[in-house]
Design a protein around this ligand. Structure first.
Ligand code: CTP
Length: 398
């Protein structure tokens, strides 16, 4: 569930900091990327080497990383990087700084720059926790939408017994997991995503292909899996790898192989997203040995149509929802609308080659979603963000 999630863990000065070591280990095991920031006081309780080894990242504690090189720790970039900031343990001193904005260390500067959800886990001794300033400060944080993970009752470091212990690492972990739990309409649904180009063989060493990188389809498959869908990714030749073992990846080469693979899964699936750039034609004859220059057979290769997979899916549709892609250069909207109808689709993602940053090979895309009754044009975004938009749209039509 936490695969690829970016967690910023702030540790402040409290004996409970030892529990955060376990939290780092558990978060990393769950697939999260964890960046630790320690206050100076935290370093009296835990060592950076332990935290860096477990998080596989350097631990930051100062504004300046290296005085010799003038390198500084970019608190703004850290704040923007995170999907979630958790401060655990949060000492009384750090709590008062969070409330006052007294920005005298890297953790507070990062907190002030962060625009992600924030969780804090207070850890204090009995009377400190009961003190009216603590109560007031915790209330102020909650009023500002900071999520407070309540301290627990029990034996405290001082020997006193009562409330103030930081919540156990398991509680912190389950709180974080609950935060990311997606209440998605595609959770548990079976999705087929196609990606990449197809290669249509001329002879054993030559083929007709295209420039599709597969990035769009891979991003869609990964986001859908994060939303809880059961994903089969059918991909043409690409150098990409998936960041999830839970996606069923099927590698194919030609349009014909893609058609066979899609057909096998179609009856039991809930939606197909055809982002592959499937070849429209293939050589009529595929030679089993390499053509020699002298043969001249390569001078004119006769082509035949491949199966239009999406058209077939549209004509054999039951419960399945279908999303197609189209790359247009002229009369974009009208052509795309026609494609939507001809192929009996629920949505078409239209790229225009006239838009800078859209199309093959780039990490960005600019798309318009065409529905039977409406169009929605999106701005230029990363392919990951476009993938998220596509999955959000699928949620509304599934
Ligand atoms: N597609 C398919 N099978 C093919 C060709 C394309 O399933 N043999 C799918 C693509 O995966 C994509 C959509 O159909 O989702 C693209 O439709 P297509 O009519 O091929 O669009 P263009 O390639 O843009 O076609 P045209 O050249 O006719 O504009």
């Amino acid at each position: 569930m936490l695969r690829g999630k970016r967690i910023l863990l702030g540790i402040s000065g409290s004996i409970a900091a030892y529990k955060s070591i376990i939290l780092v280990r558990e978060l990393v095991k769950e697939g999260a990327e964890v960046q630790v920031i320690c206050t100076k006081a935290a370093l009296d309780f835990v060592t950076p080497i332990t935290l860096a080894t477990l998080s596989k990242r350097p631990v930051f504690s100062e504004f300046i990383k290296s005085r010799e090189s003038g390198e500084w720790t970019n608190h703004v970039a850290l704040g923007k990087w995170a999907d979630l900031l958790i401060i655990a343990p949060m000492s009384a001193n750090t709590l008062s700084k969070l409330v006052s904005g007294n920005c005298d260390n890297l953790l507070i500067a990062t907190y002030l720059s962060a625009d992600c959800p924030i969780y804090v886990a207070p850890a204090m001794d009995l009377d400190m926790y009961k003190h009216w300033t603590t109560t007031r400060n915790l209330n102020l944080l909650q009023e500002r939408s900071v999520n407070v993970i309540e301290s627990e009752d029990g034996e405290l470091a001082s020997g006193l017994v009562g409330k103030g212990r930081m919540a156990e690492p398991e509680t912190l972990l389950s709180t974080i997991k609950r935060h990311f739990e997606v209440d998605s309409r595609i959770a548990g649904k079976h999705l087929i995503v196609t990606a990449g180009p197809t290669f249509e063989k001329i002879d054993p060493v030559r083929f007709i292909g295209n420039y599709s990188s597969g990035k769009m389809g891979f991003a869609i498959a990964e986001i859908a899996e994060q939303y809880g869908a059961v994903v089969t990714l059918i991909t043409g030749p690409t150098s990409l790898s998936l960041n999830s073992d839970s996606i069923n990846r099927i590698d194919i080469e030609s349009a014909e192989e893609m058609f066979e693979a899609v057909k096998k899964e179609y009856d039991n699936c809930d939606a197909v997203i055809m982002s592959a750039a499937v070849a429209d034609y293939r050589p009529k004859v595929r030679y089993s040995s390499k053509l020699k220059k002298a043969d001249r057979a390569i001078d004119a290769i006769e082509l035949e149509d491949t199966q239009d997979i999406l058209k077939w899916l549209g004509s054999n549709k039951n419960q399945q929802k279908l999303i197609g892609f189209a790359l247009e250069t002229d009369n974009e909207l009208a052509n795309a609308q026609k494609k939507l109808e001809n192929k009996n689709l629920d949505m078409l993602v239209m790229n225009s080659l006239n838009d800078k940053g859209a199309g093959f090979g780039t990490d960005t895309n600019k798309v318009t979603f065409i529905f039977p009754e409406s169009n929605v044009t999106h701005e230029l975004k990363s392919k990951k963000e476009v993938a998220k938009d596509i999955i959000d749209a699928l949620e509304t039509i599934i």
